[in-house]
Design a protein around this ligand. Sequence first.
Ligand SMILES: Nc1ncnc2c1ncn2[C@@H]1O[C@H](COP(=O)(O)OP(=O)(O)OP(=O)(O)O)[C@@H](O)[C@H]1O
Length: 320
Amino acid sequence: MIEFQNVSKSYHGKAVIENLSLHLEKGKITVIIGSSGSGKSTTLKMINRLEEHNAGKILFAGEEIASIPVEQLRCRMGYAIQSNGLFPHWSVAENIACVPNLLKWDKQKIARRVDELLEVLDLSPEQYRDRMPHQLSGGQQQRVGVARAMAADPEILLMDEPFGALDPVTRASMQKEVRRIHRLYGKTILVITHDIDEALYLADHLILMDKGAIVQQGAPMEILTQPANDFVRDFIGRSDIGLKMLSLQTVESHMVPGEYRAGCGVISSDIALNEALSRFISEQSDVLNVTGADDVHLGLVTFSGLLKIPALQSQMGRGA
Ligand SMILES: Nc1ncnc2c1ncn2[C@@H]1O[C@H](COP(=O)(O)OP(=O)(O)OP(=O)(O)O)[C@@H](O)[C@H]1O
């Protein structure tokens, strides 16, 4: 979907990105994480040409972005940022309708799309479409920012620290929202973040940057189990690497199907294993019964079973 070929960028003669090559796969969530000033935002902004690259090629669906008129390019890409960037004097509906209006969509189609996106993002259209941005909470503004980025059904969604300004609870719910939207629409998404847990939760493909270059990239579990060097090890957090591995898998994947233990607590099959571990400890129990949709009993999960996860075992075998 997006291909960087030996891309470089400098500001006032100082290189901030050098010979960067990367590929954002269609339909996948790619997350770029890295130290401050490593060039993450610059990389993202070169895609929608808020910043122009100085050398190399950036291809969008096979076409060089430099040859696509900038307005046309941006209408094909959704862009959501930390400060949400809503126009303060426009209503929620007007904000969401911004790109569809530019594209001269029919009024009824725009109204239907605004309501559809508000529903998807859990904001009742009747209640919210006519509100002004200042009449919304931070989390609601962020949702409207995401709805606006998605309004014209863009081919790619670019999200630069989209949840950076939110409290941890709202942030976690927005992360779930992005995963759900991704499942629903199968969009290609690029997310920039500072937060390693957010990155691990969202990413199909994770890219770690330092000083304008890629240090390591791959699936989250691959990076956790095979960190390329000390920089990566420090970045992902040496001390709780096991917990991070557990966070990438759900109870369902380590359940003993069909079994039941009377008198034990209950956990939902879609809960991450790090949360299951916390439940084992807080309930002083080594067995939890597992339920699926509509509270149907599915099986059980055991504390000792968590230690038998292959990724954890290979890590322990390496003496980490
Ligand atoms: N408009 C600009 N003019 C000059 N230098 C810039 C400009 N924008 C960014 N830079 C520099 O380019 C480098 C990369 O910046 P960038 O914003 O891409 O980093 P980042 O990884 O997104 O950082 P952070 O995580 O702190 O947001 C930094 O050293 C920054 O100071």
